[in-house]
Design a protein around this ligand. Structure first.
Ligand SMILES: [Zn+2]
Ligand SMILES: [Zn+2]
Length: 443
């Protein structure tokens, strides 16, 4: 029944979801891979033309720094042995049921993010950002007046690597799933449901780390060192560092809220997490950036929404997206060259957490002729239901695609990214994973 033209590689998504048409068929994948060099050239041409860039990054972007993606983050022997997945571990109930598991896992994440060196792609994107700012005085005053950079990072990654060594400031980033460097009250001491007493944020000091048993992945409490009622008076004034205090009390594995003594949790979005909160002003700043883009679009009378689609007005020329011949050299195009051009670059955003993909598509929907969506993904590069001129689909890893485009921008011969087509896998038995009761297998 399966035919060579409809066969797709299998992908194991969370909650047993079916990625459907987002996965290229084997035949389509071969085509996409052969087309990677051409798509990288289109990306370079887009970068030369862009007036603003939205960079969206997901787990696949961090993976190039050697960090695990969702599928693999809990894939260490000790966690496999207790049969706990990322889904299981990303829940605050552990703080009451077995905090050693919780702090073992999140302490491990924190230290592996800190140990990892952000890959070269971060610096290349920074350079693209500087080039853009130096190149185009057009529309610049709009962003300057709003105290914003025309380049904005929208990321689901919680490793804080965009900020490493001051690469990008908070002004130009929205880490909408939080970061492992920020911790907050979990409300574990509340009566009944866990209920945080405040939305204060405590950064983890650079020299702090949890003490984790490598064999069991547990971060045990030094019970004897738990402060009793009398030493609780040692809790710092509100605003003191709870990590330093925990260290001072000899129990670094149990940092507590200075206000209510609840255990701290990372300000990272968990599953079924009603208590996660964003940094103050983060979302508003991103919305201001989007408003700036909107202002520039209306200034140049960009077509708005699908109803106003008009290939003749495309920002890269009417022949953009043609699969051969000149790339963006259609001098006859009207309006395109003076118009505001938004490049949306999406790297390594998969289907488990599709928020970044939806955000990029939202911009393309709004500005059908003035925005181009670049989707870089070794598995799911397709931008469905869009015209060729509106999309650049690069079936490759994030870093290799960034390097290739950057080499082209600097007039060098790029190394051709070489994604390997996936071999068809044998269909696995449908086997729902038992979630409840998985703890029973522990120790
Ligand atoms: Zn940040
Ligand atoms: Zn509290």
């Amino acid at each position: 029944m399966a035919s060579a033209t409809t066969d797709r590689p299998l992908h194991d998504l969370l909650f047993g979801r079916d990625p459907g048409e987002a996965v290229p068929t084997h035949a389509h994948a071969r085509e996409l891979i052969a087309n990677v060099p051409h798509e990288c050239e289109r990306l370079a041409a887009l970068l030369r033309r862009a007036d603003a860039i939205l960079v969206g990054t997901g787990a696949g972007w961090s993976a190039d720094s050697g960090l695990a993606t969702y599928k693999d983050v809990a894939d260490v022997p000790a966690l496999r042995a207790v049969d706990l997945s990322y889904y299981d571990l990303c829940q605050t109930r552990w703080l009451r049921e077995d905090p050693a598991v919780y702090y073992g896992f999140w302490g491990y994440c924190l230290s592996s993010y800190r140990r990892a060196t952000p890959h070269e792609g971060y610096r290349i994107v920074k350079k693209w950002s500087e080039d853009l700012c130096n190149r185009t005085p057009r529309f610049r005053e709009r962003f300057a007046a709003a105290k914003l950079s025309p380049v904005f990072i929208y990321s689901s990654n919680v490793d804080a690597h965009w900020h490493r060594d001051g690469l990008f400031t908070e002004d130009a980033t929205f880490e909408f799933h939080g970061t492992c460097e920020d911790w907050c009250c979990s409300g574990s001491e509340a009566e009944g449901r866990m209920s945080p007493c405040c939305q204060d944020i405590w950064p983890v000091p650079a020299d702090f780390h949890f003490v984790i048993d490598e064999k069991t992945m547990r971060a045990e409490s030094k019970e004897s060192a738990e402060p009793n009622e009398s030493s609780a008076s040692e809790m710092p004034e509100h605003g003191g560092c709870p990590f330093s205090l925990a260290q001072k009390l000899g129990n670094p594995n149990r940092p507590r809220c200075p206000r209510c003594r609840s255990l701290l949790r990372p300000r990272v979005l968990h599953f079924g997490d009603g208590k996660f909160f964003e940094r103050e002003g983060e979302r508003e700043r991103f919305e201001r950036w989007a408003e700036c883009v909107f202002d520039c679009m209306t200034l140049c009378s960009a077509p708005l929404g699908d109803g106003e689609k008009d290939p003749a007005k495309h920002v890269l020329g009417a022949s953009a997206g043609a699969s051969s011949g000149d790339i963006y050299e259609d001098k006859g195009a009207k309006g395109g060259e003076e118009a505001f051009c938004l490049a949306v670059l999406e790297f390594g955003c998969g289907l488990n957490v599709p928020s970044v993909r939806r955000e990029s598509e939202r911009h393309l929907d709004m500005y059908p002729e003035n925005c181009v969506l670049v989707r870089v993904n070794p598995d799911f590069p397709l931008v469905l239901e869009k015209e060729p001129r509106q999309r650049i689909e690069i079936m490759a890893g994030a870093l290799e695609a960034v390097r290739a485009a950057d080499a082209l921008l600097r007039g060098k011969e790029p190394e051709v990214p070489k994604a390997k087509p996936r071999e068809p896998l044998p269909k696995p038995e449908a086997k729902p994973r038992a979630r409840s009761g998985s703890r029973a297998k522990k120790g």
